[in-house]
Structures are given as structure tokens and as C-alpha cells.
Design a protein around this ligand. Structure first.
Ligand SMILES: CCC(=O)SCCNC(=O)CCNC(=O)[C@H](O)C(C)(C)COP(=O)(O)OP(=O)(O)OC[C@H]1O[C@@H](n2cnc3c(N)ncnc32)[C@H](O)[C@@H]1OP(=O)(O)O
Ligand SMILES: O=CC(=O)O
Ligand SMILES: [Mg+2]
Length: 360
């Protein structure tokens, strides 16, 4: 049996090897060419492991600086007891007021999950979290002091999206030159799944037209546990009961070029079960997964990082495709398989993920 430390070491060794690969001339040349020629090659920050930290728990909050997770979500919602909501907001606000590591992060490494839109709890979250203390603001740029990314749970209707944007806009109206606020919505109710297209279209069009691109819909999170409660399903290890919802969410997110984060694996001591579910999610097209314990992070990040074999396969295929195109063959054999345009696109997808990870 390999210890957890041993596994972490193995993982780090593997990552160093990928880094070496990434630095190789061949990859840089290829990926630069792909990035500059391909408008769909939008490389944003990675979100392989998305770690929840209850906002009310000071000790756990100190761990946000030591985790390898691509993204940390300081929680004001279901990880926080009702009688600790105010404390959670204050502790998170205090981090933005005082900690340079949180302040200096420009994208989404340190995010906050607020309470569901159209609730008094969410109004209070927005009021506190987006309101730096005036004496601190005097000596600091407003952009350093605000969350750069928020997660909005239980989003079920486009009305909730309108409410959210209105409330955020109202709270932020006195500040100029704000950088874009990234948003993740949760799909975790049956009605949310039915209304998904409408929710996405409303968020995209409002943020662009009405709010002058102040908000950026970055992606969706699949709230599997709330979803199970809502559809009255029983959670199983293989997640069979969630197949349709997972696939529908992936298709819609990919249709609109959004990130899509897979479900939580609540049996947090079972790392093997976690690995199986992470790899399944990665194969299905998810861009990352929610985790609830620091011990889950490395397994998750590794599963959402293309293996050396996949990178080699993609690089070789792209080169072979180039050569065959020049010689006039649209379809050809590569490593025993028929390859044509869709395989090229799949190979490019692998490099897109590599590019994202490299940005971290
Ligand atoms: C499913 C639906 C959802 O909404 S999921 C999101 C809401 N739920 C959450 O946020 C729960 C987050 N996780 C946790 O609170 C804890 O991991 C739970 C599950 C309670 C287990 O905690 P605990 O008994 O302390 O675990 P442990 O002794 O194995 O912890 C070892 C060290 O790691 C720390 N730790 C644990 N979890 C976190 C976390 N999420 N973020 C940051 N740090 C964490 C513990 O404090 C402990 O630290 P230390 O070694 O004592 O210094
Ligand atoms: O919020 C997450 C969930 O699974 O519910
Ligand atoms: Mg939930």
C-alpha cells in the first residue's frame, strides 16, 4: 500500500515530467500555432479541483493558502450553519480587507459561494462581501478588495439571474473601472435543469448588453446532492441516477463555451472511489470537480490533467494530420485507428487543458 505522502510524491514527480514536456519546443510551437489560429481556443484559468471551505471556520480558512486546489470556494451557503452566517461573511470580508494573497489574485483562485438569489441571506452576503471598509479602501485599489468570482447556488429561473445582477450592480454602482466579476451558477434543482437554456441566455445577454460586461458567466456547477434531494433519488456510488442531468449540463455548457464542474464525492476517505468518479467525469467532458476535503485535491487535480500518454497521442496525431492534409488525405490510420477531423479536434482539446494547467 502506498501512503498518502507517497502518492502525493508520485503525483508531483509526474507533474514535473509534464512541465518538462510542456516546455518542449514542439509543444510550444504547436500550441502557439493553435492558439493564434483558432478562435475557440479561449484559455482561461484552470478549475480542476474546486475546494469548499466553510467561511465560518477560521482554522479551515487558513488552509486556503496551502492547498494545491486550482480554486478555493469560501462558503456562506450549505457548509455554514444558519446561526453562523453572519460570522462567515465577516471572516471572508476580513480576508479581502487584510490578506494580500487574496487581494492580489486576479481571476478565480479565491471565490465565494453566496446564498441562493432572491433570499435575504444572499442580499446580506452581497451587502457585506462587496463593501470594503472605508479606511482600508483609502489605501487600496477597489479591485483588490472585492471577490473576483462568486458561486451562486440553486439557480432555477432567469428571474433569479436578473435579481442577482440587479443587486450586485446596485452594490457596485459607486465604483469605477471594476474588473469583471466571474460567476458560476449551480444547476441543482429539477426546474433549474428544465430552465437551463433560458438561464444561460439571460445571464449572457444581460451581462453583455445591460451591464456592459461587468459580469462574466464563467460556468456551471452540478450540485448533485441537492439535485438528488429535489428529484427524490437515492445517491449511489456509480451515480447512475445522475447520468441524464450530468450529460445535459455538459452539453449546454459546452454549447455556450462555459466551464462545467462535476459533483461532490462525499465519502471523502475513499480516495480510490474518488479517483474512479473523477476519471469518469473527466472523460464525460467536465472541466473539474468539487471537493470537500484537502485530502481529495491531488487525486482530483491529477484526474483532470491529461496523462503523458494522452499528450503524446495528441501531439503525434496533430503532426500526422498536418502531413496527411498536405498530401491530400482527409482520413488516415494513426496508431491503428481511423483519424479524421473530429479526432484532430479531440487532440486539440487535450492541448487546451494542458495550456490551462500551464497558466496556473
Ligand atoms: C454536498 C453539498 C455541498 O454543498 S458540499 C459544500 C458544503 N460542505 C462543506 O463545505 C464541507 C467542507 N468540509 C469539511 O467541513 C470537512 O472536511 C469535514 C467533512 C467536516 C471533515 O472535517 P474534519 O473532521 O476536520 O476532517 P479531518 O480531521 O480529516 O481534517 C484534516 C485537516 O484538514 C482540515 N480540513 C478538513 N476539511 C477542510 C476543508 N474543507 N477546507 C480546509 N481545511 C479542511 C481540518 O481542519 C484538519 O486540519 P488540521 O490537520 O487539524 O490542522
Ligand atoms: O452544492 C452542492 C450539492 O451537491 O448540492
Ligand atoms: Mg447544493
Amino acid at each position: 500500500m502506498i501512503s498518502f505522502r507517497g502518492k502525493a510524491h508520485q503525483f508531483l514527480t509526474q507533474i514535473s515530467f509534464y512541465r518538462f514536456q510542456l516546455e518542449s519546443k514542439r509543444l510550444l510551437h504547436l500550441s502557439n500555432r493553435l492558439c493564434s489560429n483558432d478562435a475557440s481556443f479561449r484559455v482561461s484559468y484552470p478549475t480542476r479541483a474546486v475546494l469548499y471551505v466553510p467561511g465560518s471556520d477560521s482554522k479551515k480558512l487558513t488552509k486556503i493558502f496551502t492547498t494545491n486546489a486550482d480554486c478555493v470556494v469560501m462558503d456562506c451557503e450549505d457548509g455554514v450553519a444558519l446561526n453562523k452566517k453572519a460570522e462567515a461573511r465577516e471572516k471572508i470580508r476580513n480576508l479581502y480587507d487584510t490578506d494580500e494573497r487574496v487581494q492580489n489574485n486576479t481571476e478565480g483562485k479565491f471565490a465565494v459561494r453566496i446564498n441562493p438569489a432572491e433570499t435575504d441571506l444572499a442580499s446580506e452576503d452581497i451587502k457585506i462581501l462587496f463593501n470594503p471598509k472605508s479606511d482600508i479602501l483609502k489605501n487600496n485599489s477597489i479591485n483588490n478588495l472585492l471577490p473576483k468570482c462568486i458561486f451562486v447556488p440553486k439557480t432555477s429561473t432567469s428571474q433569479e439571474v436578473k435579481w442577482l445582477f440587479e443587486n450586485l450592480n446596485n452594490q457596485l454602482k459607486n465604483y469605477d473601472d471594476l474588473i469583471k466579476l466571474n460567476l458560476f451558477f449551480y444547476m441543482e434543482t429539477a426546474i433549474g435543469l428544465i430552465n437551463l437554456n433560458d438561464i444561460i441566455k439571460t445571464a449572457l445577454s444581460l451581462s453583455k448588453d445591460k451591464y456592459n460586461s461587468k459580469f462574466n458567466l464563467e460556468g456551471f456547477v452540478f450540485g448533485s446532492d441537492d439535485f438528488c434531494a429535489d428529484i427524490e433519488a437515492t445517491r449511489t456510488k456509480d451515480a447512475f441516477e445522475l447520468t441524464y442531468a450530468r450529460q445535459k449540463l455538459i452539453a449546454y455548457c459546452k454549447g455556450y463555451k462555459l466551464k462545467v464542474i462535476d459533483m461532490v464525492y462525499i465519502d471523502f476517505k475513499d480516495l480510490e472511489g474518488l479517483r474512479v468518479q473523477c476519471e469518469q467525469g473527466s472523460r464525460m467532458g467536465f472541466t473539474g470537480k468539487q471537493v470537500i476535503h484537502p485530502g481529495q485535491v491531488d487525486v482530483c487535480q491529477q484526474a483532470f490533467t491529461p496523462s503523458k500518454e494522452r499528450i503524446d497521442w495528441a501531439l503525434g496525431l496533430i503532426e500526422a494530420f498536418d502531413q496527411h492534409q498536405k498530401s491530400g488525405a482527409g482520413a488516415f490510420t494513426y496508431k491503428g485507428q481511423m483519424i479524421d477531423m473530429p479526432s484532430l479536434l479531440q487532440a486539440k482539446n487535450i492541448l487546451k487543458i494542458v495550456e490551462k494547467v500551464k497558466k496556473n
